[in-house]
Write a protein that binds this ligand. Structure first.
Ligand SMILES: NC(=O)c1ccc[n+]([C@@H]2O[C@H](COP(=O)([O-])OP(=O)(O)OC[C@H]3O[C@@H](n4cnc5c(N)ncnc54)[C@H](OP(=O)(O)O)[C@@H]3O)[C@@H](O)[C@H]2O)c1
Length: 324
C-alpha cells in the first residue's frame, strides 16, 4: 500500500512562501524520493485573495488560515509578524501537527513556550530558515556539533546593514547616502528600524545561543547597539586605523555546567581588514563558530532571499516527514 500524501499548509505566499510553493510543486518528485511520501500543497493562506499568485493553483488560495491549519499534516508559517502567526502555530502544535517556520521574531520572542507546547503534544517545531536563511547554522550547532562543546559564536548576520557598511567602507559613499541607496535597491525595508537598530541580528543571535547552550536567553539579554547612530567620522577613524566597521552579533559561554553564563551582544565593531568577518562583502553573511574539539568553523552564504530561505524551509519539512 502506498503511503498517503503529506498535506502541507502554507501560511504566506510572499518572498519566501512563493519560493516554497514553487519548489513544492516543481520538485515534488525529489521530495517523494527523499521521504517516500508525496508532498501535496493543501492550501495557501494570504491576506489578499484577489491578487494572482504565479505558479499557485488559484483554488488553493484562502484567507481562512485556521481551517487550512486544521486540514494539514505539516504547517509552514512564512507570513511573518507575531499575530496571527503565533496563534496559528499554537493551533497546529496543539493538534500534534509539526510546524516549520522562518519567522525569527516569533521564535526569538516565543520560542521556548512554543517548544514546550510542541513537546506537550508530541510534535516538533523547526526554524532553520529563521537564522541566516540558507546557511545551515542551526543544524551545525545542534546536530553536527552534538558531540562537542560550542564556546562562542560570532557573525555578520544582517545582510542589509552589511550592504550599507560595505558601500561606505569600500566605495567611500557617505553613510546617510549609503542607507538611502540600500533602500532604493531593496536591501532595506521602507521602515528599516529592525535592521539598522540591530533587532534582526539580535533575534538571530538569541536563537543561536539557545540552540548552542540550551539556556533561556531572551531579546532583553542582548547588549544591543545598531548602526543608526554611526557617523562619517566613525568610518574615517576606522579606515585610518586600518580597520573596517561591521555589525557583529556574538554569543559566548563562560563557566561550566551548573555555573554557565551566556552573554549575547550586537554592536558595530572595527575589525582588522583580514578578520574573516571583515571579509563579508555586500549582503553576504559570515558566521564563526568556536568549539572545544572542532576548533574554528566558518560558515558563509546568503542570509536572505526567497529561494535561499526556501532551501532551509524545505529541508526542515523533509526532516519532519522523515521523522514521521
Ligand atoms: N525574505 C527573506 O529573505 C527572509 C529570510 C529569512 C526569513 N524570513 C522570514 O520569513 C517570513 C516571511 O517573509 P517574507 O519576506 O516572505 O514576507 P512577505 O513577502 O511580506 O510575505 C508575507 C506573506 O504572508 C501573508 N500574510 C501576512 N499576514 C497575513 C495574515 N494576517 N493572514 C494571512 N496571510 C498573511 C502575506 O499575504 P499577502 O500576499 O496577501 O500580503 C504574504 O503572502 C518572515 O518571518 C521573515 O522574517 C524572510
Amino acid at each position: 500500500m502506498t503511503a498517503p500524501p503529506v498535506r502541507i499548509a502554507l501560511l504566506g505566499a510572499g518572498t519566501v512562501g512563493a519560493a516554497v510553493a514553487r519548489r513544492l510543486v516543481g520538485r515534488a518528485d525529489l521530495y517523494e524520493r527523499r521521504t517516500g511520501r508525496r508532498f501535496e500543497l493543501a492550501g495557501v493562506a494570504v491576506r489578499d485573495t484577489a491578487r494572482p499568485r504565479e505558479g499557485i493553483d488559484p483554488s488553493l488560495i484562502t484567507d481562512d488560515a485556521e481551517t487550512l491549519v486544521d486540514r494539514a499534516d505539516v504547517v509552514v508559517e512564512v507570513m511573518g509578524g507575531i499575530q496571527p502567526a503565533r496563534a496559528l502555530v499554537e493551533r497546529a502544535l496543539r493538534r500534534g501537527v509539526p510546524v516549520v517556520t522562518a519567522n525569527k521574531q516569533l521564535i526569538a520572542q516565543h520560542g521556548p513556550a512554543l517548544h514546550a507546547l510542541a513537546d506537550e503534544h508530541g510534535t516538533s517545531l523547526e526554524y532553520e530558515g529563521a537564522v541566516v536563511a540558507a546557511v545551515p547554522v542551526l543544524s551545525v550547532v545542534r546536530e553536527a556539533l552534538a558531540g562537542d562543546v560550542v564556546t562562542a559564536i560570532s557573525g555578520v548576520v544582517n545582510g542589509s546593514t552589511n550592504f550599507v557598511l560595505d558601500l561606505v567602507a569600500r566605495r567611500g559613499v557617505p553613510f546617510e547616502e549609503a542607507v538611502r541607496q540600500a533602500g532604493e535597491l531593496g536591501y532595506l525595508e521602507a521602515d528599516p528600524t529592525e535592521d539598522l537598530e540591530g533587532l534582526d541580528a539580535a533575534a538571530k543571535i538569541v536563537i543561536l545561543a539557545r540552540a548552542a547552550w540550551g539556556v533561556p536567553v531572551t531579546l532583553e539579554d542582548v547588549q544591543r547597539r545598531g548602526i543608526a547612530d554611526l557617523t562619517d567620522e566613525d568610518f574615517r577613524q576606522a579606515a585610518g586605523a586600518g580597520t573596517v566597521i561591521k555589525l557583529v552579533a556574538s554569543a559566548w559561554c563562560r563557566g561550566s555546567a551548573g555555573h554557565r553564563r551566556v552573554e549575547v551582544a550586537v554592536r558595530p565593531v572595527a575589525l582588522p581588514q583580514d578578520d574573516p568577518l571583515a571579509q563579508a562583502r555586500e549582503s553576504a553573511n559570515v558566521l564563526i563558530i568556536e568549539a572545544e574539539s572542532a576548533g574554528t568553523l566558518r560558515l558563509q552564504g546568503a542570509g536572505a532571499g526567497g529561494d535561499e530561505t526556501a532551501s532551509a524551509v524545505l529541508g526542515d519539512i523533509v526532516r519532519v516527514v522523515r521523522r514521521g
